[in-house]
Design a protein around this ligand. Structure first.
Ligand code: HEC
Length: 149
């Protein structure tokens, strides 16, 4: 299990590239867009977990990949000087806690990958894995994001 997980992580990591921002998109726009992207993927996975939708393995993989890639890029998108911008909901506490912040994004990646492994085991396992992943989002928002959307 541990070994399989490490291999899957390595495979996914090689697929991850740094997403360059285009045109007038600011770094803050980019990180908010990637967060919304993770939210969309999360909603899709949640609908499979609660039984309101049926997703095939490829679709689950695609949604997990969206989250893993976004969370990888996001680790680079909260530099000093961008944490007190009025357009951002990020809290300045990120700076002092950057190692913890990055570890939380890696936790999101790890738990997203667990969703991939849970899917063949049925809906109960899937629901458990998806809620585990959601907890990593909420845990970080509580600590490092202003309340509200
Ligand atoms: C390591 C911390 C961290 C993790 C993990 C994290 N977020 Fe966030 N999230 C933030 C911060 C900080 C902001 C505020 C960004 C800003 O406004 O500059 C944010 C903002 C958001 C937003 C608002 C985007 C907007 O349009 O303003 C959404 C939606 C969101 N996150 C969804 C998620 C989801 C879904 C997950 C898990 C799959 C997740 N986040 C995981 C820290 C995190």
């Amino acid at each position: 299990m541990t070994r399989g997980f490490a291999i899957a992580l390595t495979c996914l990591a090689t697929l991850v590239g740094f997403t360059t921002t285009t045109g007038a998109e600011t770094l803050i726009d980019a990180r908010q867009r990637l967060m919304r992207d993770m939210q969309e993927a999360q909603k899709t996975l949640r609908s499979a977990a609660d039984g309101s939708a049926t997703l095939d393995a490829d679709r689950v993989k695609a949604e997990v990949r969206r989250i893993v890639e976004a969370a990888e890029t996001l680790q680079n998108l909260f530099p000093e000087g961008t944490l007190d911008d009025p357009k951002s909901k990020a809290l300045p506490a990120i700076l002092a806690g950057k190692a913890d912040f990055d570890a939380r994004l890696q936790d999101t990646q790890r738990t997203a990958l667990m969703v991939l492994f849970a899917q063949p085991q049925g809906q109960k396992a899937l629901a458990y894995a998806v809620s585990d992943m959601n907890a990593t989002c909420d845990g970080c928002h509580t600590r490092y994001k202003q309340p509200g959307q």
